[in-house]
Design a protein around this ligand. Structure first.
Ligand code: F6R
Length: 250
């Protein structure tokens, strides 16, 4: 487990974008596991900048973590739409190399099985994660047990409250999502969890320094052999200074 603390979110995202570029340069058909949400916006902007400077993504495959139940791909708050607006429409990845969950499927069990087959067919080289204030990764919410594979989950009140900022009103936030399971996330060869801001500090601390617990799904990352937490100063504020490698200009 590596923990990198950067002075700013900008430096942190440039670092993660450079790791993605390096993977793309060394692997013929790299598979990226991707997250959505505010944490990823600047990372995707950086990747778009790389593309504008000549970096091709045509050999990349992407697999997204999750999608809201009930939101069609064209809904402005769907994760399909998020990925399209922030990343895919600006890059040259063929559409059939981008995999997302269908939030309006009429057969949820079949959709989960379809996704698990995709994850098996395209083993993820590098999984990008954010973290919820409650310690969730993907939409694997704290509970007495966690599901291993792709499944439907009822979102916690904390997640609904946190994500209400993207919707017109809290009542408009879907109450369920489909998410990759914890085992699928842990199967990625390399995992980078990004967290920025003071409101992530407590979940980062609990993920890193507590016991592995289903009450803090991100704590399961402690069991993975190649995980890096990429933090800004605020997200790292509850960690002891000895715990991380500091990438700082000062
Ligand atoms: C979304 C996802 C979630 C988010 C987390 C943080 O695809 O996987 O786990 O990463 O909720 O969201 P933000 O970045 O909006 O704080």
């Amino acid at each position: 487990m590596k923990i990198y603390r950067f002075d700013t979110e900008h430096l942190a995202t440039v670092y993660v974008a450079a790791i993605i570029e390096s993977l793309m340069a060394t692997k013929a058909n790299p598979v990226l596991g991707l997250a959505t949400g505010a944490t990823t916006v600047n990372l995707y902007r950086q990747l778009v900048e790389f593309h504008q400077q000549g970096l091709s993504f045509s050999h990349v495959t992407t697999v997204n973590l999750d999608e809201y139940v009930g939101l069609p791909a064209g809904h402005p708050q769907s994760y399909h739409q998020f990925m399209h607006c922030h990343l895919f429409e600006h890059l040259d990845i063929p559409a059939d190399q981008t995999f997302l969950l269908n939030g309006v499927t009429t057969d949820v069990a079949a959709e989960c099985e379809r996704y698990d087959r995709i994850i098996s067919s395209y083993p993820i080289d590098l999984q990008i994660l954010g973290i919820g204030r409650n310690g969730h990764i993907g939409f694997n919410e704290p509970d007495i047990s966690l599901k291993t594979l792709t499944h439907v989950i009822t979102l916690s009140p904390d997640t609904i409250a946190a994500n209400a900022r993207f919707f017109s009103e809290p009542k408009a936030v879907p109450t369920q999502a489909i998410t990759m399971g914890i085992q699928s996330i842990l199967q990625a060869k390399v995992i980078i969890l990004m967290a920025f801001g003071r409101n992530k500090a407590h979940s980062v601390k609990r993920a890193l320094s507590g016991e592995v617990s289903t009450r803090v799904p991100a704590s399961f990352l402690q069991m993975h052999p190649n995980v890096t937490f990429v933090l800004d100063k605020e997200a790292a504020i509850e960690l002891g200074t000895e715990t991380f490698f500091q990438l700082s200009r000062s």
